[in-house]
Write a new protein. Structure first.
Length: 395
């Protein structure tokens, strides 16, 4: 983990569109709201994940973040023109750190909080370790980041990266079709992704929330999760190319920023429509399914991510309405750090305070949402403080 304080002579925003940070900040804000309701039994439908097939607004949050990972890679890896040992070490160092942070967050407070009186302390600890989930949101981000970065460093050219997206999608679908169980290719019980995780991790180390062992952030879905990252990377290349032309004067000496930003926004809008249409067409044969991170889900959610980003580019970078999004810009600059803090604080509330906030905030959907919003506010304040101090925590 690196904590970097920017110097006074460095304007970090010179190298990026503000809209990218705002999109990342909005995404983390929604992740915090979705993950921390006042009561899990009192949630508005739009804040619930689809039971299996389908896509609610809540199901857009995680792919939006992976998309943002890809767009950020277009800037972070700009200095590498080939796959080199230093570049690979940098990618693996960050990816492994991110995975370990996610694992530590899952394991916190690092001991079983409910002891079985019939077992010794060592036996209780052993049972706790045997049930520790080894996958999750941050591990999924870490694995997709590593695979996506390696492919980008290796392939370099946008057309080759586009081919890689197709190849990864084909490999994913080939496995799902060839090794599906009798229950069905995209069923909970028979999907190949579940078989992979059971074979590698066993039943006790994967998510249990579906009634049977199945992990929605499993290994096989890393292939299509990486496709989401690569789509974000291609959009990031468009933005980087546009950014590099900013400040070049037109014949009359007028900077070309507004025109370039408007053209960029329009181009991404068109690509969003194409991606959304592709996802909907693919859904005729394969369902839009977040737990499986299906190919149709990749293009459908990436289309919405492009749409929102294009809108933000137009509103913020072209029209100049940046000040209305200031809290989310600040949050976007320390997105992963604030997300980790939000999960840690909530675990501390569960384990150490004993405060049953559901008695107050679990009476109905409005109170449940109110708690999530109240919980978000101090995290926004921390993000703003860090931003004003020019402190950026890199995981």
């Amino acid at each position: 983990m690196k904590c970097r304080q920017a110097g006074k002579n460095i304007d970090i925003m010179q190298k990026r569109y503000v809209s990218l940070d705002v999109l990342r900040g909005l995404t983390v804000a929604l992740m915090i709201i979705v993950n921390n309701p006042g009561s899990w039994s009192r949630i508005f439908p739009f804040l619930r994940h689809a039971a299996w097939d389908g896509c609610t607004p809540c199901d857009l949050v995680f792919p939006f973040f992976l998309f943002c990972v890809g767009t950020s890679m277009a800037f972070a890896l700009a200095g590498y023109t080939s796959i080199t040992a230093p570049a690979v070490r940098k990618v693996f160092r960050r990816g492994v750190l991110l995975y370990l942070v996610g694992l530590a967050l899952t394991a916190f407070p690092f001991y079983p909080t409910q002891m079985n009186p019939d077992l010794t302390l060592l036996q209780n600890w052993t049972e706790w370790l045997r049930d520790l989930r080894l996958l999750g949101v941050l591990p999924r981000i870490a694995m997709c980041y590593i695979l996506g970065s390696i492919l980008v460093l290796w392939l370099q050219k946008p057309k080759r990266i586009g081919v890689a997206i197709v190849v990864l999608s084909v490999i994913y679908m080939a496995g799902m079709i060839l090794f599906a169980g009798p229950e069905g290719i995209f069923s909970l019980e028979g999907n190949f992704a579940r078989k992979v995780d059971l074979a590698i991790f066993g039943e006790r180390h994967i998510y249990q929330g579906y009634g049977i062992p199945f992990d929605p952030e499993g290994l096989w879905g890393t292939l299509t999760g990486t496709c989401t990252v690569l789509l974000g990377y291609l959009i990031g290349l468009m933005i980087r190319s546009s950014s590099s032309s900013h400040g070049q004067a037109e014949p009359h000496g007028i900077p070309n920023e507004t025109k370039s930003g408007a053209d960029l926004s329009a181009g991404i809008f068109c690509l969003s429509a194409l991606s959304l249409l592709s996802g909907l067409i693919l859904s005729i044969w394969m369902p839009i399914c977040k737990p499986l991170w299906s190919v149709s889900y990749v293009f459908y959610t990436a289309g919405w991510a492009m749409f929102v980003l294009a809108f933000l580019i137009y509103v913020i970078d072209v029209k100049g309405y940046e000040k209305f999004f200031y809290p989310f810009k600040a949050l976007g600059m320390n997105a992963l750090a604030i997300f980790v803090i939000s999960g840690l604080v909530m675990k501390i509330i569960w384990v150490y305070t004993g405060w049953d906030y559901t008695r107050i905030f679990g009476t109905d959907e409005y109170m449940s949402l109110l708690f999530a919003v109240i919980y978000l506010i101090p995290h926004l304040m921390v993000a703003i403080f860090l931003y004003r101090k020019k402190i950026f925590i890199k995981l």
